[in-house]
Design a protein around this ligand. Structure first.
Ligand code: SAH
Length: 291
């Protein structure tokens, strides 16, 4: 959601999340045809490529200006208090407009959450940035604050359109990202394939279709875990898969309807867990099972 007139600057990360954070669920939209059909239509990637080409070159579209528009978004994030150069660099690299529907391209670099289909939303950049910065400050990195891959081995729950997964891929050594909605999982795959060529060769993001409430034990343990959907509690498998020195950031229901608190859980080097609450947020619900 964009900032309103009544929301005074300056905003400082990470603690004023209660002022900035609202990845509000979008109104449910009509579902597109079932995902597996995409796999059986060889023309689909061509049609997608043509759509991407048109949206890049359309008059009034982003075209080559996307670099400039993206740089302006990074400047705004910086002015609002996001300070980690690696996180800002990732925002400057990933073309957010290629992860949203054509009709929304012109809003892609505003600080707003956007619908990605099937009733889900891509979170607004300031919220994503605040969460990424929190992950960069995980306790295990105390001795190596300048690490180029500060997120280490990273687990994302809720791939959605794949935008945040792409950012994570630039900040982590490797990423496992889980999505429970098959159609979104396939969409994210298309998006990441489209941008992979412009990302560094070490980019290692693995997309998994499944129930993220179970985590993904084969890829664990993880130095960082980030959830883009909020439930009543942090599922035990996430805690089990969090490595010593690791940090988990997730929205958790705070007991009142429609209210969540951004929760940070650190596993200290001695194995004990430490919990902090960073502020009010509103993400889509964490649901069990797959669809
Ligand atoms: N990070 C995403 C935001 C996605 S919104 C992006 O950049 O686009 C949250 C996502 O979490 C939705 O796609 C929703 O389907 C997914 N989700 C909810 N519960 C889940 C679960 N148990 N396992 C995996 N994904 C889940």
């Amino acid at each position: 959601m964009s900032r309103g007139q009544s929301d005074p600057k300056p905003r400082r990360f990470p603690l004023q999340l209660d002022q900035v954070a609202s990845a509000r669920p979008a109104a449910p939209r009509a579902a597109a045809p079932a995902g597996p059909r995409d796999l059986l239509r060889p023309q689909a990637p061509l049609a997608q490529a043509e759509q991407d080409r048109r949206r890049l070159s359309a008059p009034g579209g982003l075209g080559l200006d996307s670099v400039r528009v993206r740089a302006r978004m990074v400047e705004r994030l910086k002015a609002d208090g996001l300070s980690d150069g690696r996180v800002l660099g990732a925002f400057g690299t990933v073309p957010r407009h290629l992860f949203v529907d054509t009709a929304l391209v012109n809003q892609a670099y505003e600080d707003t959450s956007l619908p990605i289909g099937l009733g889900q939303t891509i979170s607004k950049p300031s919220v994503v940035g605040a969460m990424l910065q929190l992950l960069c400050e995980r306790p295990g990195l105390a001795a190596d604050r300048q690490s180029p891959a500060p997120l280490g081995a990273c687990l994302e729950i809720g791939t959605g359109c794949g935008y945040q997964a792409a950012l994570l891929g630039l900040l982590a050594r490797r990423v496992v990202s889980i999505e429970r909605v098959r159609e979104l999982h396939l969409k994210a795959r298309h998006h990441l394939d489209a941008v992979r060529a412009s990302l560094p060769p070490r980019f290692d993001v693995r997309l998994v279709f499944g129930d993220g409430m179970l985590g993904h034990a084969p890829g664990g343990p993880y130095d960082t875990i980030i959830a883009a959907a909020g439930g009543q509690a942090v599922p035990q498998p996430w805690l089990d898969q969090l490595a010593p020195g690791g940090r988990l950031v997730a929205p958790v229901d705070d007991g009142r309807p429609g209210q969540q608190v951004l929760t940070i859980i650190d596993r200290l080097p001695d194995g004990t867990l430490q919990t902090h609450r960073a502020g009010a947020v509103l993400f889509v619900p964490l649901k069990s099972g797959t669809t």
